[in-house]
Write a protein that binds this ligand. Structure first.
Ligand code: AIR
Length: 205
């Protein structure tokens, strides 16, 4: 069975490997528990929508140019792993980290923001009660965060940061937004033109 120390050794070996940045994951997605997955799924959905692929082997990048990886890292159950993940993030080639945690002691995002600094960390409070512990950072120790449960937006924000450097991602983001606008326009016209009863009827059928 894989131990926490095995994972730490793996991260440190990858950091020491000096891999070509084109082959390393661009976005790291971490969460305090696999019970956070249903909420964190939005981050994967957003990145998938923008053409990112999942990298499950650091030494064998998928064909897609832009990739993400994910791990469960608990600030309280595995603090050593949180340190290792944050401290190796830059050397492992990550450009940005999305970190989600739930409960009232949701400290993975805020601690990772300090450990991985200056790599930006986008915090996802998995529940409403996690918001304060995710965003409550002291001056000089920044974190970027989304509202409770809004992991899809965390994925989009991560892509926005990467888009400063990569035109392909910028174009995909613009295309996504155009699709969003088109969707609202179509619904708006249908609601108006079918009338409320016709609109409900169509949606129910
Ligand atoms: N958590 C895990 N380690 C530290 C914290 N704060 C959070 C997880 C999850 C919640 O505790 O992010 O939202 C409950 O985790 P579990 O594993 O008991 O379901």
């Amino acid at each position: 069975m894989t131990t926490v120390q095995d994972l730490i050794d793996r991260l440190e070996a990858e950091a020491a490997a000096d891999a070509d940045p084109e082959t390393t994951p661009d976005v790291g997605i971490i969460m305090g528990s696999d019970s956070d997955l249903p909420v964190m799924e939005g981050a994967y959905d957003a990145l998938d929508e923008l053409g990112f692929a999942e990298q499950t082997d650091f030494d064998d990048a998928p064909d897609a140019r832009f990739t993400y990886e994910s791990y469960v890292v608990s600030a309280h159950r595995t603090p050593e792993l949180m340190y290792a993940y944050g401290e190796t993030a830059a050397a492992r080639g990550l450009d940005i980290v999305i970190a989600g945690a739930g409960g009232k002691s949701a400290d993975l995002p805020n601690m990772t923001a300090s450990l991985a600094y200056p790599i930006p960390v986008i915090g996802v409070p998995v529940q409403e009660k996690s918001v304060d512990s995710v965003i409550g950072m002291p001056t000089g120790a920044p974190i970027v965060a989304v509202d409770a449960g809004k992991s899809f937006n965390a994925g989009l924000s991560a892509a926005q940061v990467l888009a400063r450097e990569h035109d392909t991602i910028k174009e995909r983001l613009i295309e996504y937004h155009e699709g969003l606008k088109g969707g609202v326009a179509a619904v708006s016209a249908d609601l108006h033109d079918l009338g409320i009863d016709g609109f409900r009827e169509r949606d129910e059928s």
